[in-house]
Design a protein. Structure first.
Length: 129
């Protein structure tokens, strides 16, 4: 979305003299697109922790305001998928509320780490939310 692929980002981080303590992606047009980027990062086995901060759903313009359709349940599913995709720092971006964050925290504390999902599994699970 911002002109860098996952590979480009890893290459950039490896070249800069003052490396960050972590790197990642945020916002975008929904969790499945964001997690595609996270999967791209982890496929290259970076040394630094990966950050994933997805929107609380897709932004929609309603009655003169931007609203996000992601429920706390959808965001808890996103958090599990982000962790299983390889993200070490997981949060929310646009539209995320305290209710979303509580649901995400509970899900991460409740569900064990599982195998890395495929992009099609991510899309399928996010559509169910």
């Amino acid at each position: 979305m911002m002109g860098l692929t996952s590979t480009d980002m890893i290459s950039l981080i490896e070249r800069i003299p003052n490396k960050p303590i972590a790197f990642g992606a945020n916002c975008g047009v929904g969790a499945s697109d964001l997690l595609r980027t996270v999967l791209g990062f982890t496929s290259l086995n970076p040394k630094l922790p990966i950050i994933s901060k997805g929107n609380a759903g897709i932004p929609k313009f309603l009655h003169g305001e931007i609203h996000y359709d992601g429920t706390p349940e959808l965001m808890s599913e996103y958090a599990i998928l982000a962790r299983n995709s390889g993200a070490k720092i997981i949060g929310g971006c646009c539209g995320t509320t305290p209710q979303h964050l509580r649901a995400m925290k509970t899900a991460l504390e409740t569900y064990p780490v599982s195998k890395k999902p495929t992009l099609s599994e991510i899309k399928e699970r996010q559509e169910l939310g």
